[in-house]
Ligand binder design. Sequence first.
Ligand code: TYD
Ligand code: MG
Length: 463
Amino acid sequence: MAKVKRVYSCKECGAQTPQWAGRCSDCGAWNSLQEEIQTPQPASNQASISRHSGYAGEQKSEVQTLSQVTSEQAVRWTTGLPELDRVLGGGLVTGSVVLIGGDPGIGKSTLLLQAMAMMAKTSKVNPLYISGEESLQQIRLRAERLQLEQTPLDLLAETHAEQIIATAHGRKPQVMVIDSIQTVFTELLQSAPGTVAQVRESAAQFVRFAKSSGTTLILVGHVTKQGALAGPRVLEHMVDTVLYFEGDTSTRFRILRAVKNRFGAVNELGVFGMTELGLKEVSNPSAIFLSRGEESLAGSVVTVIREGSRPMLVEVQALVDESPLGNPRRVSVGLEQNRLAMLLAILHRHGGITCSDQDVFINVVGGVKLSETGADLAVLAAVLSSLRNKPIPRDWILFGEVGLTGEIRPVQAGEERIHDAVKHGFTHAIVPAANAPRKAIKGISIIAVQHLSEAIDALKQAE
Ligand code: TYD
Ligand code: MG
């Protein structure tokens, strides 16, 4: 094997030095030098890559016309967890690389152990679960808890990247899980496991192995508390699919979100509940995010958002209270702060309602994050309801984007949202005029609005 040369390169300016230093001698940035493997000369480049990973026979690429390129239907495996399949875009694509990120303790290992055990049990796939964090005994204990200890799942406790690849070569698993990428190390670098250089280089080796052997690879990455420096962020560009597993560890619910997917829609959500018996799928998330009491309360409004391919009902709460401060607070959980400030300005300018001497708090129930604008109208309705202390009837629902001129703009899949609301027993909906269905929908009366002032009038009549 050719001798590998290590260099330290500055992540600010790219300068390289053979020795580590606290400060880059070129650009003067502090603490910016990272260990790297020196890229060999172009002529020997391919040869050295195939030597590293043990593959020979590099093929020369040829130019082809787009119309001549044959498309191969991606083969997908079901993971046995329909929610996970949906977030992946309909199953695990063979030969793809998936990164699952999330806070420590959120349930990544549990999710993957469940999925791999199901795959080993039901299909002809033979997955290999590699853990760098837990011993085989610990995994066995977890499997007993999940009542999966009888499944023929292959396990390996190993942290040495080259060793893992050698084992994978021998066993040829179709699916390989590395839990977690922060614990593995490659002997090519001297830095400790978990550093940016190690994470990046060992992930690159696994990806190279996966792509050349057709193995489906699932990498687990912890998001570090201080911004995700050595975390999954540095790997996002290398992989096909990035999923984030989020949720409040104090609540039962966990949300799996696709933030990048070469084989499916992004922003697709999967909802799970953590129980004593592992993760259970929640196939009707609206029901849990909407578990409200019987009474109508001021400041609470339900809206229907669309995450990925599925509409979902969520409750938006507002508390508007007289502020003792000269500069009133605007605090929002689950909604972007700037968006709240903008909506309040629109409410003032186009609705004639001022909150300038009030603290405004917004909370989206259930830890949901609103990433689309369809909830604008509901946020304003909640603010208004709390400000006036007038509840909005429980069976009313609102959605629509609010523009800077006070116009109510349409959102995607309006009719589908209305149908979802009907399913959950809502009888009145305030929707953008452009989203109003042409034919009446049974069970719900639609109030179509074009401007914020019309929506405010409609809400007044509801009281
Ligand atoms: P884990 O999968 O180890 O998290 P990660 O791999 O993301 O770090 O999840 C650990 C948490 O899940 C732990 O706090 C215990 C809880 N848990 C349950 O509540 N029920 C279960 O059946 C299992 C296996 C774990
Ligand atoms: Mg884990």
